[in-house]
Design a protein around this ligand. Structure first.
Ligand SMILES: [Zn+2]
Length: 448
């Protein structure tokens, strides 16, 4: 709870500071913005996410390609401006022209990006831009700013004292995927990453104008189907001019560094097998909610409770993190801002209230939910019995990520370890259909 309070006050301070960022002039110093995470948490979060990406993504096995990108990356990262994070550089053979950086240092470069570049400085430009996102902590800055509007992330922040950070953020897919919140940057963040990236390039002996040229080339080639890099790193406008203006503020120096291996590596990249198309991880809001579950239930067991959930639904989040989402894959909705919200399914965890009786403890939880999502309001409450324990069901309405109204039913039960809660989430049009499913899940709960 202490942690949570710190988050809130820090958030308010951060909101007040936000408009101040807009007026940066070329050459002005660049510093990380508002953040509720520590640098150590950036590193931990990035390490956990990178481990998952390494399992899921097709890592290029050609060691010459990996060593080449690593050499460029480490050269750029050796600047004090990169702030000493444990950087790593990994080439993956996934479809698209893209690159991304995780908080705390892991950078991933798509093989096709190397093929699209005209020279080594352009590859270095993208890597320098990614290093800048890490050093300026844009990923967790973004997550910090969104924490109040992202209900599950707030729930996680409110109830977790330990466990995996990625579990906190990633239990709803927030932490992973190219369109995840950690990897979608604001235009201001892009401008900053371009500026710091230009500095890193200059210090490493690469001509920073090649970064601007490469972005321009991608834009020109992309047409209506712009490379993915530009959707995760949106052009803040006048990108070329801004980079040129930044370069004007840098000390004069000789550019033209190159490892001399670019053409050879580019040829090796051309010989890689065609990347496999990715599986759709989440659904678009326009696709609408999934159909009602059919075909029975399966059991989920933790060390504190068991419950049954429909076949075809999945569990997200690790048991360590204590926040569990149970939903069909299509219940995770990708919204316009690129974040992932639960639109259909259930979230459950423990909350640590200051009150020790059910009614007041539930009120504390509800007020946390409402702080997280101001569109939420309670419409009624009734008593239930869950495995012999007194419980409360609080009905709430809020805005659905599918559009329209969402019905949230919050079950709370006081347990020795805290207030057990489960939030059943459904869009209004599905709430009648899902009522039975939720009821059966509720009836199946057994505590140890
Ligand atoms: Zn960027």
């Amino acid at each position: 709870m202490l942690q949570r309070r710190r988050h809130l006050s820090a958030l308010l301070a951060g909101l007040l500071m936000l408009p101040a960022c807009a007026g940066r002039k070329p050459g002005d110093p660049l510093k990380p913005g508002y953040n509720v995470y520590s640098k150590e948490q950036d590193i931990q979060l990035g390490r956990e996410a990178a481990a998952q990406i390494r399992q899921q993504a097709d890592i290029v096995k050609n060691s010459a390609i990996q060593e080449y990108v690593n050499r460029i990356g480490q050269r750029l990262a050796s600047s004090p401006a990169a702030d000493g994070y444990p950087y790593s550089f990994t080439v993956i053979n996934e479809p698209g022209i893209n690159a991304f950086a995780l908080p705390g240092g892991p950078v991933f470069v798509y093989a096709d990006l190397i093929e699209a570049a005209d020279n080594e400085a352009q590859v270095a430009g993208v890597i320098a831009h990614e290093i800048a996102h890490v050093a300026l902590r844009h990923g967790t800055n973004q997550a910090s700013k969104s924490q109040l509007i992202q209900l599950p992330a707030v729930l996680a922040g409110a109830v977790i004292g330990d466990g995996s950070l990625l579990g906190q953020l990633g239990q709803l897919g927030i932490g992973l995927g190219v369109n995840s919140i950690l990897l979608r940057y604001s235009r201001d963040a892009e401008t900053e990453a371009d500026a710091l990236g230009a500095r890193l390039m200059a210090e490493a002996g690469y001509n920073p104008i090649e970064m601007a040229r490469f972005f321009e080339k991608l834009e020109a080639e992309g047409g209506s189907r712009a490379p993915q890099f530009l959707s995760s790193h949106p052009n803040p406008g006048n990108r070329m001019k801004a980079i040129e203006a930044e370069i004007q503020t840098l000390p004069q120096r000789q550019y033209g560094f190159s490892t001399g291996n670019f053409q050879q590596i580019k040829a090796a990249v051309k010989k890689l097998p065609k990347p496999k198309q990715p599986q759709q991880q989440t659904t678009a809001a326009s696709a609408g909610p999934p159909p009602a579950p059919t075909g029975g239930f399966q059991n989920f067991q933790t060390d504190r409770f068991t419950l049954a959930y429909p076949h075809g639904w999945e569990t997200f989040g690790d048991r360590r993190s204590r926040v569990l989402t149970i939903a069909p894959r299509q219940g995770l909705v990708q919204t316009g801002s690129g974040t992932v919200s639960l639109g259909y399914g259930a979230v459950l965890s423990y909350f640590t209230p200051s009150a020790r009786s059910l009614g007041p403890a539930t009120n504390e939880l509800i007020s946390q939910l409402r702080q997280a999502n101001s569109s939420m309001r309670a419409t009624g409450q009734r008593q239930v019995t869950v495995a012999g324990n007194p419980g409360l069901l609080t009905n709430m309405v809020s805005a659905s990520p599918y559009g329209g109204t969402e019905r949230d039913v919050v079950l709370t039960v006081m347990r020795p370890e805290g207030l057990f809660y489960m939030v059943f989430v459904s869009p209004e049009q599905s709430s009648a259909q899902l009522g039975d499913t939720f009821n059966q899940m509720l009836q199946s709960i057994r505590f140890y």
